[in-house]
Design a protein around this ligand. Structure first.
Ligand SMILES: Cc1cc2nc3c(=O)[nH]c(=O)nc-3n(C[C@H](O)[C@H](O)[C@H](O)COP(=O)(O)OP(=O)(O)OC[C@H]3O[C@@H](n4cnc5c(N)ncnc54)[C@H](O)[C@@H]3O)c2cc1C
Length: 345
């Protein structure tokens, strides 16, 4: 029988970062994942940006999440001896005159100064880029290779003997008051980080999830690779190609990419980039989102040693590091978690 303190089920970005935070605090952990060929973390574009949406406002908790985000991922690169993160300039193009005007008001609003790198009042003059109204550059933007981070984290966990590749079947659980048994593992606590598969977990049927399918394209085009472009869609330079995304579909839950998704992406891309592109890949995934766009971080009402760390939706890259710290401090030191993320809300 293998005795551990915290068992983590699921090793996407959420399970990975939570496992590493708990291990850093000296907890005896073990991670179990079925290692699927595709998952939300494996197809994610990895973009983070504090000013989002048509209204161009700071995202939820931007002040807490963003100033330290780049440092967090850089420290993780050192810990895992890998390179998966880049601070990268983002050019958010204006869609119309109204946005241009709204933005000039935003620049003088209290609390926005630190989040603005600059404003572009006329076209930046980039060949084939449709930016005749200019745009702006937010501060603290960047891109994470989520798939690579998850791979490197797995390598690290395997090297420490802290990882088992396995599908955890709910039927095998034996929940006791202070102890949980799953096969040969005996754990004091279990935290489910199952991404969209939370919907199949009978312990979390009351959690108000809201899964969202997303599709992305990898394309070749002639844009410069020193910045990310965004206008209803993003174009992220990768090594030798660009990642274009994403769609949001609340109805279609089939994991495979669709012709409809491709058409939508190409149509939106055509408004930003005025030339043909060569498509080299088309992928999709299901985002584990929630009904109110806040994650689920905390413990079960009835089973006090059963937790959940999920629901990060389309913002996993910026939300997960902060909440992995919060959850780890809660588990190790009893620090209170914010009510807004209570899974039983
Ligand atoms: C097309 C697309 C683009 C995206 N782009 C961005 C972006 O630019 N920026 C951003 O911040 N976010 C983006 N996201 C969202 C981001 O991918 C998610 O927020 C994040 O990856 C969720 O991670 P997770 O660990 O919660 O879930 P997942 O990545 O789904 O990981 C869950 C893991 O648990 C495993 N698992 C589940 N149940 C079991 C079980 N019972 N036993 C064993 N293993 C189990 C799964 O197989 C999987 O490996 C995007 C998502 C999509 C689909």
């Amino acid at each position: 029988m293998q005795k551990i303190e915290v068992l983590i089920v699921g090793q996407g970005l959420a399970g990975s970062l939570l496992a590493l935070e708990l291990e850093k605090r000296g907890r005896k952990i073990h991670v179990v994942d079925n290692n699927p060929s595709t998952s939300s973390s494996k197809v994610a574009a990895g973009l983070y940006n504090p000013i989002t949406g048509r209204k161009m406002t700071k995202t939820w908790m931007a002040d807490e999440l963003f100033p330290n985000l780049g440092n967090y991922y850089e420290a993780l690169e050192k810990r895992l001896h890998a390179s998966f993160h880049e601070r990268k300039k983002l050019y958010r193009l204006f869609n119309n005159m109204e946005e241009q005007n709204d933005w000039s008001l935003r620049t003088v609003e209290i609390g926005y100064d630190a989040f603005i790198k600059g404003t572009q009042n006329v076209s930046a003059g980039i060949l084939k880029l449709n930016d005749h109204l200019g745009g702006f550059y937010p501060n603290f933007s960047g891109v994470l290779d989520v798939k690579l981070l998850v791979e490197k984290c797995k390598e690290y966990l395997v090297s420490q003997g802290l990882y088992t590749q396995q599908q955890v079947p709910m039927s095998e659980w034996d929940f006791q008051e202070n102890q949980l048994n799953m096969g040969s593992i005996q754990a004091e606590q279990v935290i489910f980080c199952e991404g969209p598969r939370m919907v199949e977990n009978p312990l979390w049927t009351e959690v108000k999830h809201n899964l969202v399918k997303g599709e992305i394209l990898d394309v070749k085009c002639s844009l410069p690779s020193n910045q990310i472009f965004s206008k209803g869609i993003f174009i992220i330079p990768k090594q030798g190609y660009f990642r274009v995304g994403s769609t949001y579909d609340w109805n279609d839950q089939i994991p495979e990419p669709t012709a409809k998704g491709k058409r939508e992406l190409l149509s939106r891309l055509g408004k930003l980039y005025l030339d043909e592109v060569e498509i080299i890949n088309h992928q999709s995934g299901i985002r584990p989102a929630s009904f109110d766009r806040r994650p689920f971080v905390g413990f079960h009402n009835k089973f006090k040693n059963v937790g959940i760390f999920n629901g990060f939706g389309s913002k996993g890259v910026s939300l997960i590091p902060y909440f992995a710290n919060q959850m780890a401090d809660h588990i190790c030191f009893g620090k209170k978690l914010p009510d807004e993320v209570n899974p039983n809300r």
